[in-house]
Design a protein around this ligand. Structure first.
Ligand code: CS2
Length: 462
């Protein structure tokens, strides 16, 4: 397997599921070539450790420390792009998995397809050794087509609806944008030999801190620069659409399902939506972690109401998922005091997340003639975060556009319409909807002028 995006999540999820599958079946046939994307840090940390790293579970029910050995090679994609293409093209590779986060897909928000105006996508199309995940996959597949290396399955593991179909669309858009002599054969081979199953992944994995590394060193008796911490819970729902072999992930507890879209929608609009809501409410009131934010009664209440009144009535749950039990479990998982998941981390890249997590719910309620009171609170808290984070402090790929849209004088009356004008996030219909605008202005004013006290009062009375 080749895994693109060797962050903490991949190590605590894909690598663990893959090792568990091998342990359960007694096979040692699989190994993961991990590829870092923008930064080479994890490749530098893993290489001298032969790919070995520790997973430290934190919270109630945590297993003992465990050293995972399913990663057999770690490559810096930035520095060795040809190697990445070679590994994807190798006849021994049967699966490519990816966790490159929402922004890593280089989607044009207006078309939903590949942003060919992105300078790196452009360079990859031009024939430079590819730096984007979609470029790496497309070039790897092109080599497979030329060498007859056999079919391949590409498995997206990012929090995006229909992530498999989306990845397929983007890879095809890349292929279609190549010169005719290249695109025809590539598209034909792709159609016959490559599948893109969708998946839903779930495990909370914060960024590893120096304190975590010191704690692992103390417990393990070894220094591990690539250790990761994670909650005990983990879940993977996978569409059974594989073109070639794969690890027996079902033996490791993964669920193969024809209903991945419903699982993903539920996760995005319940778990991720409330995660983002807590992050922005927490950031607005000086709370450093998600556990601190959900520990504030009024915020927990606001989340519960957002889930019960705004989100649950507007989604169809997959079979086997009980909505209220799931929501209660999610809030309990957020409360894990040992995890240290920061509001800053969850609140990063908001421009890429709020549309999928919150605006879907906002739209569904408005369409049904209901007021999305609580989802609007979360969006207003995001707006407050954007408007009060100075200069280049905003961790978001659209930071420059958002800064440019902001007015000099910042109040509910000026910030809300200004940010609603950012078309890559809010469509014109949503921006013109007075129910939504009024809710945003109401909540923004409370956050901005009365802070926590005002929020507490309004949430209890609301
Ligand atoms: C979080 C997710 O950082 C974020 O945006 O909401 O990474 C979340 O922890 C995972 O999706 C949980 O599976």
């Amino acid at each position: 397997m080749v895994h693109l995006g060797l962050g903490a999540f991949a190590r605590a999820h894909t690598a663990v599921f893959t090792e568990n599958a091998m342990l359960a079946t007694g096979s040692s046939d699989w190994g993961i070539v991990g590829v870092t994307q923008r930064s080479d840090t994890v490749a530098r940390q893993l290489a001298p450790q032969d790919g070995l790293f520790t997973v430290a579970e934190r919270g109630s029910g945590a297993a003992p420390l465990r050293v995972v050995c399913s990663i057999v090679e770690a490559i810096s994609g930035r520095d060795h792009p040809e190697k990445v293409v070679d590994r994807i093209a190798a006849a021994t590779t049967q699966v490519v998995t990816l966790t490159v986060t929402e922004k890593g897909y280089r989607i044009d928000p207006h078309t939903g397809s590949l942003n060919t105006a992105d300078p790196q996508v452009h360079a990859d199309l031009d024939g430079q050794p590819p730096q984007t995940a979609i470029g790496q996959i497309a070039r790897g597949i092109q080599h497979r087509a030329r060498t007859g290396a056999g079919p391949l399955t590409v498995v997206s593991c990012d929090n995006l609806p229909g992530n498999g179909e989306l990845t397929g669309t983007l890879v095809r858009a890349f292929a279609a944008a190549l010169p005719d002599a290249e695109s025809g054969p590539l598209l034909a081979w792709l159609d016959a030999n490559v599948t893109f199953p969708s998946t839903m992944v779930d495990r909370m994995v914060p960024a590893t801190t120096d304190g975590d590394l010191a704690a692992v060193e103390h417990e393990l008796g070894l220094r591990d620069e690539a250790a990761v911490v994670a909650e005990p819970f983990m879940q993977w729902v996978i569409e059974d659409n594989f073109a070639a072999g794969r690890p027996a992930w079902e033996e490791a507890g993964a669920l193969f399902s024809n209903d991945v879209a419903a699982w993903e929608a539920a996760k995005l609009r319940l778990l991720n939506a409330s995660h983002s809501m807590l992050a922005y409410l927490g950031l607005a009131t000086g709370r450093e972690t998600i556990a601190d934010a959900v520990g504030e009664d009024s915020f927990r209440t606001a989340c519960r109401l957002m889930l019960a009144e705004d989100a649950l009535p507007t989604i169809s749950l997959p079979q086997g998922l009980d909505g209220s039990t799931y929501c209660a479990q999610v809030l309990d998982r957020f409360a894990n005091p040992a995890l240290g998941h920061t509001t800053a981390k969850v609140g990063s890249d908001g421009s890429q997340k709020i549309g999928l997590r919150l605006l879907t719910t906002v739209r569904a309620n408005l369409d049904a003639g209901r007021e999305p009171t609580w989802a609007a609170l979360a969006v207003a808290a995001w707006m407050h975060h954007v408007a009060t984070t100075a200069g280049d402090g905003l961790n978001d790929p659209l930071a420059a556009d958002l800064q440019a849209a902001l007015p000099a004088e910042r109040s509910a009356a000026t910030v809300v319409p200004a940010l609603l004008g950012v078309r890559s996030i809010f469509d014109a219909g949503l921006a013109a909807n007075t129910t939504f605008t009024d809710l945003l202005t109401h909540w923004y004013r409370i956050i901005d002028t009365t802070g926590l006290d005002g929020l507490r009062k309004e949430i209890t009375h609301g």
